[in-house]
Design a protein around this ligand. Structure first.
Ligand SMILES: N[C@@H](CCC(=O)N[C@@H](CS)C(=O)NCC(=O)O)C(=O)O
Length: 215
């Protein structure tokens, strides 16, 4: 059985948990506490698995893959059905682009180590740190909502009526937005996709509160 090194609140690990569940794949969870004792991700034992000191890491026998999107694309290659990327090249590129809007352009600037650096090394206040966090979500969600609103045939998910890599990225980012009390009313399409995904078992089982290390 494969193992996912995860943290219940990690949105990057949450993406992979959704993908594993959508594909019906069993896995073991090894929690890596990102806060306790200065952060278990920074300890030698975890760095030996993933020198980046970030979760998730996916391990299956000799296979060790880091980066949530690379893990999901690996799962897609090895277990192609149900597909998380459309077959059509244009739709495939669009799904990847929407996933990257979140995973490359919103999430990294709001990551824990960035927030820690802002607070402890740059001397910003807690309020300024939170304003930074919310700012990048609002920027990203405003653009994403505009893209979703412009779709000619809006579906239940980010693109169409089946869940894709883009939904695996969006739902955890919405969880983060709620944690930081971002008002979601300006984003009705995003909120509708979230509401629909919340009815599905694969998303429910991947949620932070359903994890063995949930606090
Ligand atoms: N691009 C990476 C991001 C991984 C990442 O930033 N993980 C966060 C949790 S969501 C983390 O481990 N943060 C620990 C830290 O910042 O020290 C991926 O998609 O896997």
């Amino acid at each position: 059985m494969s193992t996912l090194y995860s943290y219940f609140r990690s949105s990057a690990a949450y993406r992979v948990r959704i993908a594993l569940n959508l594909k019906g794949l069993d896995y073991d969870t090894v929690p890596v506490h990102l806060v306790r004792d200065g952060g278990e991700q920074l300890k030698p034992a975890y760095r030996a698995l993933n020198v980046n000191a970030l979760v998730p890491t996916f391990v299956d026998g000799d296979v060790n893959i880091h980066q949530s999107l690379a893990i999901i694309e690996y799962l897609e290659d090895v277990h192609p059905t149900p597909a998380l990327l459309p077959a059509d090249p244009v739709a495939r590129a669009q799904v990847r682009a929407l996933a990257l809007d979140i995973a490359a352009d919103i999430h990294p600037i709001d990551n824990l180590r960035v927030l820690r650096f802002l607070k402890h090394d740059m001397g910003v206040t807690e309020e300024q740190k939170n304003a930074w966090y919310v700012h990048w979500i609002v920027e990203g969600f405003t653009a994403l909502e505009a893209r979703l609103a412009a779709q000619k045939a809006p579906g239940k998910f980010v693109l169409g009526d089946t869940p894709t890599l883009a939904d695996c990225c969006l739902i955890p980012q919405i969880y983060n937005a709620r944690r930081f009390k971002v008002d979601l009313t300006p984003y009705p399409r995003i909120a509708a996709i979230d509401a629909h995904c919340a009815t599905l078992e694969a998303f429910q089982r991947a949620a932070p509160e359903a994890q063995p290390d949930a606090e």
